[in-house]
Design a protein around this ligand. Structure first.
Ligand SMILES: [Zn+2]
Ligand SMILES: [Zn+2]
Length: 164
C-alpha cells in the first residue's frame, strides 16, 4: 500500500502492518456500505492482496496468490473485482506496467500522480492538485473536459540511485 509519507528516503518506508491492512479493509467496508454496494468476499480478498503487496501488482499475480490461498478464481472474476475497486477509488491502476495499487486516501475522489521506479517498481502516490488543475486548464483551452486524470512518472527511486 502506498502511504502518504513525509520520509525523504523511501527506503525507510516499511510494508503496511496487518493492522494497517485491517484498518484499510474496514474503511473500504464502511465506504461500500455507505454507497449501498456489496463488499463481497472476493472483492475484499483482492483488496487485501493489493494492500499487502510491497509493489503494485498485476492481475495474474493476484490470481496466483488466490490459488495459493485455496481459492481459485477465473481471470474475468478477478478483473471484475479489480474494476469494482477501481470504480470505488479503493485502488489505482498504473498504465505504465498494468498493475494495481491500493489508494492511499480513498475517502475522496482525486486525481493522482505516481512516481514509479523503473528498477525496483517502488511506487509512490502523491497529491499535487496544482499540476492536475493546470492540465485541466490547458485541456479546456482545447475544448476538452478531463474525466479521469492519472499521471505516471517513471524514473529511479532514491534507494536504487544510491545503490548503483
Ligand atoms: Zn489515490
Ligand atoms: Zn527503486
Amino acid at each position: 500500500m502506498t502511504e502518504h509519507c513525509s520520509h525523504s528516503d523511501h527506503a525507510s518506508c516499511t510494508l503496511p502492518s496487518s493492522e494497517q491492512v485491517a484498518n484499510f479493509l474496514d474503511q473500504a467496508e464502511v465506504l461500500c456500505d455507505r454507497r449501498n454496494l456489496r463488499f463481497t468476499k472476493l472483492r475484499k480478498q483482492v483488496l487485501a492482496l493489493v494492500c499487502k503487496a510491497e509493489q503494485p501488482v498485476g492481475a495474474y499475480h493476484l490470481l496466483d496468490e488466490l490459488r495459493e490461498s485455496g481459492r481459485s478464481a477465473a481471470p474475468p472474476t478477478v478483473y471484475r473485482a479489480l474494476d469494482f475497486l477501481l470504480e470505488q477509488g479503493l485502488v489505482h491502476r498504473l498504465a505504465t506496467n498494468n498493475t494495481y495499487l491500493a489508494c492511499a486516501h480513498p475517502q475522496h475522489p482525486h486525481a493522482a500522480v505516481f512516481l514509479v521506479c523503473s528498477v525496483c517498481g517502488h511506487t509512490q502516490e502523491v497529491h499535487t492538485e496544482g499540476i492536475i488543475a493546470e492540465l485541466r486548464r490547458r485541456a479546456e483551452q482545447f475544448d476538452f473536459a478531463i474525466k479521469h486524470a492519472s499521471v505516471e512518472l517513471t524514473g529511479w527511486c532514491g534507494r536504487c540511485r544510491r545503490s548503483q
